[in-house]
Design a protein around this ligand. Structure first.
Ligand code: FAD
Length: 377
């Protein structure tokens, strides 16, 4: 495993941080937007476009395709500020974090020109079509199938737990193109309004409907929808998961709750709560250092897969423990329908936090990735 070398922000990076804070003070004043739990923020295409107009969506995409050509660290600085405020990042999140970079890396010149500028303008929204009813951790067992048909492919099967699919313009999915377990998987970019694709929201425990089930019934896609070579899907997908796991989104879901709690009378008047706050903040600071070190490794051209898994494994368990700490000090059952946005957000966090160690790979699977990373070096 690469060592996570401690690092701090450079002066030009701090300047970017100040710029983003000033923009968000104006664009998202307190109370002006529904608070989100980290990357599960509200879907607000107008906010995504406004952010993109500042150059803060698709920051790490190449300039020749409309991206910012900025570093992973610079992108992390922007994302940190957004998540700290519970910003409505839902529309552009997946495209910005992983689908865009994957298309930049694996796509054809035509796909890059067709899709990346729209991602960088905050106009295109992507969902991840990996999991199936019988295939989650064991992703290589996916059964939804793409079969050659005329000049393109016919897709049949079911995807499930596809976050944000109902509002996404595109789904980047993993499909079986031959019987070879890993070598028989290929990625396709399917338009959300493709004929034969039915997208059905699944109610989530907090009353939201961002989860979806996708039914592909003879969905025809041209060969230009194929991302990468036939059979290259497994490797490409694994690369995407590294982008999905090591970021600040894994320990910042709860930031608006923690900030309100830190300022609350419960903490002001209770030395015991102050001790717990100190514990939470010191761990947050350590995770921040780890995510920053991972971003520096990415900027140095490394692929820190095991390091990213390590951050997700530790940080998602920390987030769940933090929910429990705040809940304990709250003293009563928080009300999901409360007029107080932070009480309502705490209630949501209690309901949904069990999912944080499942989405993006379960804790058990991450431990196996970490162990393999350790023994293979
Ligand atoms: C909030 C949320 C958002 C999601 N968004 C998306 C999305 O946008 N797109 C998408 O494709 N998927 C998404 N998922 C699905 C997610 O990736 C899967 O739920 C996850 O990978 C686990 O798969 P599974 O649910 O099939 O559980 P299973 O794989 O059936 O696992 C069940 C249990 O068995 C354990 N287990 C399984 N295999 C092993 C093993 N080899 N060793 C040890 N233990 C094992 C697991 O750790 C788990 O505890 C989302 C899930 C959640 C909760």
């Amino acid at each position: 495993m690469k060592s996570l070398v401690p690092t701090t922000l450079r002066s030009e990076e701090r300047a970017l941080q100040r710029e983003v804070r000033a923009f968000l003070d104006e664009r998202l004043p307190p109370g002006a937007h529904p608070l989100g739990l980290g990357m599960s923020g509200e879907v607000d295409p107008e906010f995504s476009r406004d952010l993109a107009a500042r150059g803060w969506v698709g920051m790490a995409l190449p300039r020749e395709y409309g991206g910012g050509g900025r570093t992973a660290v610079e992108r992390q600085i922007v994302v940190e500020e957004l998540l700290a405020r519970g910003a409505p990042v839902g529309y552009h999140w997946v495209a910005d974090r992983q689908s865009g970079p994957s298309i930049a890396r694996n796509g054809t010149e035509e796909q890059r020109r067709r899709l990346l500028p729209g991602i960088a303008r905050g106009e295109l929204s992507f969902a991840i079509g990996m999991s199936e009813p019988d295939s989650g951790s064991d992703l290589a067992s996916v059964r939804a199938r793409a079969v050659r048909h005329r000049d393109g492919w016919l897709i049949n099967g079911t995807k499930i737990w596809t976050s944000g699919a109902a509002t996404a313009t595109h789904v980047l999915g993993l499909f079986r193109t031959s019987e070879d377990r890993r070598g028989g998987l290929t990625q396709f970019i399917v338009e959300g309004d493709a004929a034969g694709l039915t997208i059905s929201p699944i109610p989530f425990i907090d009353g939201t409907g961002h989860f979806c089930e996708l039914s592909f019934d003879d969905v025809y896609v041209p060969d230009t929808a194929r991302l990468g070579d036939v059979g290259a899907g497994w490797g490409q997908n694994t690369g995407e998961l590294a982008l999905e796991r090591g970021g600040v989104d894994r320990w910042m879901s709860l930031m608006p709750v923690l900030e309100a709690w830190a300022r609350s009378p419960e903490v002001r008047d209770s030395p015991v709560a102050q001790v717990d706050l100190g514990r939470v903040v010191s761990r947050l600071w350590a995770f921040r250092g780890m995510s920053l070190s991972i971003a520096r490794l990415v900027d140095a051209g490394e692929s820190p897969v095991a390091e990213a898994a390590l951050v997700k494994e530790m940080a998602t368990r920390f987030e769940q423990e933090s929910v429990e700490i705040v809940r304990r000090h709250f003293g009563r059952t928080p009300d999901l329908g409360s007029d107080d946005p932070w009480e309502s957000l705490l209630a949501r966090a209690i309901l949904v936090s069990p999912s944080w160690t499942i989405r993006g790979g379960t804790t058990e699977i991450l431990r196996s990735v970490i162990a393999k990373g350790l023994v293979s070096r």
